[in-house]
Design a protein around this ligand. Structure first.
Ligand code: DHB
Ligand code: FE
Length: 285
Protein backbone atom coordinates (compact mmCIF):
# COMPACT_ATOMS: atom_id res chain seq x y z
CA UNK A 1 0.00 0.00 0.00
CA UNK A 2 1.04 3.62 -0.41
CA UNK A 3 2.03 5.39 2.80
CA UNK A 4 2.76 8.94 3.94
CA UNK A 5 6.27 8.92 5.39
CA UNK A 6 6.86 12.60 6.11
CA UNK A 7 5.52 16.12 5.80
CA UNK A 8 7.46 19.21 4.78
CA UNK A 9 6.39 22.82 5.40
CA UNK A 10 7.91 25.84 3.72
CA UNK A 11 7.26 29.39 2.55
CA UNK A 12 7.19 30.01 -1.23
CA UNK A 13 8.34 33.64 -1.69
CA UNK A 14 8.78 34.30 -5.45
CA UNK A 15 11.98 36.34 -4.88
CA UNK A 16 13.59 33.12 -3.59
CA UNK A 17 12.94 31.53 -6.98
CA UNK A 18 14.35 34.60 -8.74
CA UNK A 19 17.49 34.48 -6.55
CA UNK A 20 18.06 30.83 -7.53
CA UNK A 21 17.30 31.39 -11.21
CA UNK A 22 19.61 34.42 -11.44
CA UNK A 23 22.56 32.93 -9.50
CA UNK A 24 22.19 35.21 -6.47
CA UNK A 25 22.06 32.63 -3.68
CA UNK A 26 25.61 33.58 -2.57
CA UNK A 27 24.70 37.24 -1.98
CA UNK A 28 24.81 38.31 1.70
CA UNK A 29 21.05 38.96 1.76
CA UNK A 30 20.30 35.38 0.68
CA UNK A 31 23.04 33.30 2.36
CA UNK A 32 21.27 32.86 5.73
CA UNK A 33 17.99 31.93 4.00
CA UNK A 34 19.48 29.21 1.82
CA UNK A 35 21.62 27.91 4.71
CA UNK A 36 18.37 26.92 6.38
CA UNK A 37 17.66 24.50 3.53
CA UNK A 38 21.10 22.79 3.30
CA UNK A 39 20.05 20.07 5.73
CA UNK A 40 16.69 19.70 3.94
CA UNK A 41 18.28 19.02 0.55
CA UNK A 42 20.48 16.28 2.07
CA UNK A 43 17.54 14.83 3.99
CA UNK A 44 15.41 14.74 0.83
CA UNK A 45 18.16 12.88 -1.08
CA UNK A 46 18.32 10.29 1.71
CA UNK A 47 14.53 10.10 2.04
CA UNK A 48 13.51 10.34 -1.58
CA UNK A 49 9.76 9.90 -2.03
CA UNK A 50 8.09 8.40 -5.09
CA UNK A 51 5.43 11.09 -5.01
CA UNK A 52 4.99 14.46 -3.30
CA UNK A 53 1.42 15.58 -2.68
CA UNK A 54 2.12 19.31 -2.84
CA UNK A 55 -0.43 21.60 -1.19
CA UNK A 56 0.03 25.16 -2.43
CA UNK A 57 -1.93 28.13 -3.62
CA UNK A 58 -2.28 29.52 -7.10
CA UNK A 59 -1.84 33.32 -7.16
CA UNK A 60 -4.44 34.22 -9.82
CA UNK A 61 -2.17 32.50 -12.36
CA UNK A 62 -3.98 29.33 -13.49
CA UNK A 63 -7.27 30.47 -11.93
CA UNK A 64 -8.44 34.05 -12.35
CA UNK A 65 -11.41 35.75 -10.71
CA UNK A 66 -13.48 34.00 -13.39
CA UNK A 67 -13.08 30.62 -11.71
CA UNK A 68 -12.16 30.10 -8.06
CA UNK A 69 -12.02 26.48 -6.88
CA UNK A 70 -11.60 26.13 -3.11
CA UNK A 71 -9.69 22.85 -3.46
CA UNK A 72 -8.31 21.68 -6.83
CA UNK A 73 -6.40 18.45 -7.46
CA UNK A 74 -4.07 18.15 -10.45
CA UNK A 75 -4.73 14.84 -12.21
CA UNK A 76 -2.67 15.54 -15.36
CA UNK A 77 0.46 13.68 -16.45
CA UNK A 78 2.46 16.92 -16.67
CA UNK A 79 2.26 20.51 -15.47
CA UNK A 80 4.31 23.34 -16.95
CA UNK A 81 5.88 26.17 -14.92
CA UNK A 82 3.65 29.22 -15.39
CA UNK A 83 4.57 32.54 -16.94
CA UNK A 84 3.68 34.97 -14.13
CA UNK A 85 4.47 38.03 -16.20
CA UNK A 86 8.25 37.81 -16.56
CA UNK A 87 8.54 34.49 -18.44
CA UNK A 88 8.27 30.98 -17.02
CA UNK A 89 10.89 30.01 -14.44
CA UNK A 90 13.69 27.93 -16.02
CA UNK A 91 12.81 24.85 -13.98
CA UNK A 92 11.80 21.34 -15.08
CA UNK A 93 8.25 20.38 -15.97
CA UNK A 94 6.35 18.78 -13.13
CA UNK A 95 5.55 15.11 -13.75
CA UNK A 96 2.25 14.17 -12.17
CA UNK A 97 0.83 10.86 -10.99
CA UNK A 98 -2.60 10.60 -12.66
CA UNK A 99 -3.43 7.18 -11.17
CA UNK A 100 -2.78 8.16 -7.55
CA UNK A 101 -4.31 11.61 -8.07
CA UNK A 102 -7.49 10.08 -9.51
CA UNK A 103 -7.66 7.60 -6.65
CA UNK A 104 -7.27 10.40 -4.09
CA UNK A 105 -9.98 12.44 -5.86
CA UNK A 106 -12.35 9.45 -5.79
CA UNK A 107 -11.64 8.68 -2.13
CA UNK A 108 -11.69 12.27 -0.81
CA UNK A 109 -14.84 13.25 -2.73
CA UNK A 110 -16.61 10.12 -1.47
CA UNK A 111 -15.33 11.17 1.98
CA UNK A 112 -17.42 14.37 1.59
CA UNK A 113 -14.83 16.93 0.41
CA UNK A 114 -15.65 18.66 -2.88
CA UNK A 115 -12.56 18.81 -5.06
CA UNK A 116 -12.22 20.38 -8.49
CA UNK A 117 -10.51 18.00 -10.92
CA UNK A 118 -7.88 19.78 -13.00
CA UNK A 119 -6.61 18.00 -16.10
CA UNK A 120 -4.66 20.97 -17.44
CA UNK A 121 -2.95 23.65 -15.36
CA UNK A 122 0.28 25.62 -15.23
CA UNK A 123 1.91 25.84 -11.80
CA UNK A 124 3.16 29.12 -10.33
CA UNK A 125 5.77 30.08 -7.70
CA UNK A 126 3.55 28.64 -4.97
CA UNK A 127 4.53 25.17 -6.21
CA UNK A 128 7.87 25.66 -7.98
CA UNK A 129 9.68 27.66 -5.26
CA UNK A 130 9.23 24.93 -2.61
CA UNK A 131 10.55 22.39 -5.15
CA UNK A 132 13.60 24.58 -5.82
CA UNK A 133 14.26 25.11 -2.10
CA UNK A 134 14.14 21.37 -1.39
CA UNK A 135 15.75 20.00 -4.58
CA UNK A 136 18.09 22.74 -5.84
CA UNK A 137 18.48 22.91 -9.63
CA UNK A 138 18.21 19.36 -11.03
CA UNK A 139 17.68 18.51 -14.73
CA UNK A 140 14.40 16.86 -13.73
CA UNK A 141 12.48 16.89 -10.44
CA UNK A 142 13.44 13.65 -8.67
CA UNK A 143 9.88 12.50 -7.92
CA UNK A 144 6.36 12.84 -9.22
CA UNK A 145 4.20 15.65 -7.88
CA UNK A 146 0.45 15.88 -7.38
CA UNK A 147 -0.39 19.61 -7.28
CA UNK A 148 -3.18 20.44 -4.85
CA UNK A 149 -4.27 24.08 -5.08
CA UNK A 150 -6.16 25.79 -2.25
CA UNK A 151 -7.92 29.12 -2.60
CA UNK A 152 -6.40 31.52 -0.07
CA UNK A 153 -6.43 34.50 -2.44
CA UNK A 154 -10.11 35.40 -2.84
CA UNK A 155 -12.51 35.37 0.11
CA UNK A 156 -14.22 33.24 1.30
CA UNK A 157 -11.26 30.96 2.07
CA UNK A 158 -11.53 27.54 3.75
CA UNK A 159 -11.10 27.37 7.52
CA UNK A 160 -8.07 25.82 9.19
CA UNK A 161 -10.48 23.33 10.75
CA UNK A 162 -11.68 22.15 7.34
CA UNK A 163 -8.11 22.02 6.00
CA UNK A 164 -7.06 19.85 8.95
CA UNK A 165 -9.98 17.46 8.36
CA UNK A 166 -9.17 17.36 4.64
CA UNK A 167 -5.61 16.28 5.48
CA UNK A 168 -7.05 13.35 7.39
CA UNK A 169 -9.16 12.37 4.38
CA UNK A 170 -6.08 12.61 2.13
CA UNK A 171 -4.23 10.25 4.47
CA UNK A 172 -7.07 7.70 4.24
CA UNK A 173 -7.02 8.07 0.46
CA UNK A 174 -3.27 7.53 0.12
CA UNK A 175 -3.30 4.54 2.44
CA UNK A 176 -5.99 2.84 0.38
CA UNK A 177 -3.98 3.03 -2.87
CA UNK A 178 -2.91 -0.45 -3.79
CA UNK A 179 0.70 0.20 -4.79
CA UNK A 180 3.81 0.36 -2.65
CA UNK A 181 4.56 4.09 -2.86
CA UNK A 182 6.50 6.38 -0.53
CA UNK A 183 4.45 9.58 -0.43
CA UNK A 184 5.35 12.86 1.24
CA UNK A 185 2.86 15.66 1.78
CA UNK A 186 4.08 19.24 1.64
CA UNK A 187 2.25 22.26 3.02
CA UNK A 188 3.49 25.54 1.59
CA UNK A 189 3.00 29.33 1.77
CA UNK A 190 3.19 31.71 4.76
CA UNK A 191 4.43 32.61 7.23
CA UNK A 192 3.33 36.11 8.29
CA UNK A 193 3.26 38.63 5.47
CA UNK A 194 1.06 41.36 4.07
CA UNK A 195 1.70 42.65 0.55
CA UNK A 196 -0.97 45.34 0.36
CA UNK A 197 -2.69 48.21 2.13
CA UNK A 198 -1.61 50.32 5.12
CA UNK A 199 -0.13 47.31 6.96
CA UNK A 200 2.03 46.15 4.00
CA UNK A 201 5.29 44.72 5.30
CA UNK A 202 3.75 43.31 8.48
CA UNK A 203 5.70 40.43 10.05
CA UNK A 204 4.87 38.80 13.39
CA UNK A 205 7.73 36.50 14.35
CA UNK A 206 6.36 35.71 17.82
CA UNK A 207 3.01 34.58 16.38
CA UNK A 208 4.76 32.57 13.64
CA UNK A 209 6.92 30.72 16.16
CA UNK A 210 3.90 29.90 18.29
CA UNK A 211 2.27 28.58 15.13
CA UNK A 212 5.28 26.29 14.53
CA UNK A 213 5.20 25.09 18.18
CA UNK A 214 1.52 24.28 17.97
CA UNK A 215 1.73 22.75 14.49
CA UNK A 216 4.16 20.24 15.99
CA UNK A 217 2.54 19.61 19.36
CA UNK A 218 -1.13 20.67 19.18
CA UNK A 219 -2.31 20.64 15.55
CA UNK A 220 -5.95 19.89 16.45
CA UNK A 221 -6.02 22.92 18.75
CA UNK A 222 -4.24 25.08 16.18
CA UNK A 223 -6.81 24.06 13.55
CA UNK A 224 -9.49 25.90 15.58
CA UNK A 225 -7.80 29.27 14.93
CA UNK A 226 -10.37 31.45 13.09
CA UNK A 227 -9.36 33.05 9.79
CA UNK A 228 -9.66 36.54 11.30
CA UNK A 229 -6.76 35.74 13.66
CA UNK A 230 -4.49 34.85 10.71
CA UNK A 231 -5.35 38.12 9.02
CA UNK A 232 -5.02 40.24 12.19
CA UNK A 233 -1.86 38.62 13.54
CA UNK A 234 -0.06 37.28 10.44
CA UNK A 235 -1.23 39.77 7.79
CA UNK A 236 -3.57 39.37 4.83
CA UNK A 237 -1.29 36.80 3.12
CA UNK A 238 -0.59 34.99 6.40
CA UNK A 239 -3.82 33.10 5.68
CA UNK A 240 -1.67 30.92 3.37
CA UNK A 241 -0.74 29.06 6.57
CA UNK A 242 -4.05 27.16 6.62
CA UNK A 243 -2.47 25.00 3.90
CA UNK A 244 0.09 23.73 6.42
CA UNK A 245 -2.82 22.23 8.37
CA UNK A 246 -3.73 20.01 5.41
CA UNK A 247 -0.26 18.45 5.47
CA UNK A 248 -0.28 18.18 9.27
CA UNK A 249 -3.71 16.53 9.25
CA UNK A 250 -2.28 13.74 7.08
CA UNK A 251 0.31 12.69 9.69
CA UNK A 252 -0.02 9.42 11.60
CA UNK A 253 -0.57 10.82 15.10
CA UNK A 254 -3.77 12.56 14.03
CA UNK A 255 -5.20 9.13 13.20
CA UNK A 256 -4.11 7.66 16.55
CA UNK A 257 -0.53 6.73 15.57
CA UNK A 258 2.77 7.80 17.05
CA UNK A 259 3.92 11.42 17.25
CA UNK A 260 6.04 12.64 14.34
CA UNK A 261 9.76 13.26 14.75
CA UNK A 262 10.86 16.86 14.19
CA UNK A 263 13.91 16.43 11.96
CA UNK A 264 14.35 20.08 11.00
CA UNK A 265 13.02 23.49 12.04
CA UNK A 266 14.07 26.82 10.57
CA UNK A 267 12.79 30.39 10.77
CA UNK A 268 14.22 33.44 9.05
CA UNK A 269 13.09 37.07 8.70
CA UNK A 270 12.74 38.42 6.10
CA UNK A 271 12.81 37.11 2.56
CA UNK A 272 11.31 39.86 0.45
CA UNK A 273 8.22 40.80 2.51
CA UNK A 274 7.77 37.47 4.25
CA UNK A 275 8.78 35.58 7.37
CA UNK A 276 10.15 32.26 6.15
CA UNK A 277 9.29 29.16 8.16
CA UNK A 278 10.30 25.60 7.43
CA UNK A 279 9.68 22.27 9.18
CA UNK A 280 10.26 18.63 8.35
CA UNK A 281 8.25 16.04 10.29
CA UNK A 282 8.77 12.29 9.86
CA UNK A 283 6.25 9.60 10.70
CA UNK A 284 7.87 6.85 12.76
CA UNK A 285 8.59 3.86 10.45
C1 DHB B 1 5.74 37.50 -1.53
C2 DHB B 1 5.28 36.40 -0.80
C3 DHB B 1 4.30 35.56 -1.32
O1 DHB B 1 3.78 34.49 -0.64
C4 DHB B 1 3.81 35.77 -2.59
O2 DHB B 1 2.92 34.90 -3.09
C5 DHB B 1 4.25 36.87 -3.33
C6 DHB B 1 5.22 37.72 -2.81
C7 DHB B 1 6.80 38.40 -1.00
O3 DHB B 1 7.19 38.31 0.17
O4 DHB B 1 7.30 39.23 -1.77
FE1 FE C 1 2.04 33.53 -1.76
Amino acid sequence: MARITASVYTSHVPAIGAAIDHGKTGEPYWVPLFAGYDFSKQWLKQNKPDVVFLVYNDHATAFSLELIPTFAIGTAAQFQPADEGYGARPVPSVIGHPELASHIAQSVIQDDFDLTIVNKMDVDHGLTVPLSLMCGQPEAWPFRVIPFAVNVVQYPVPSGRRCFALGQAIRRAVESFDEDLNVQIWGTGGMSHQLQGPRAGLINAAWDNRFLDRLIADPAGLAQTPHIEYVREAGSEGIELVMWLIARGAMADVAGGAKPKVVHRFFHVPASNTAVGHLILENPA
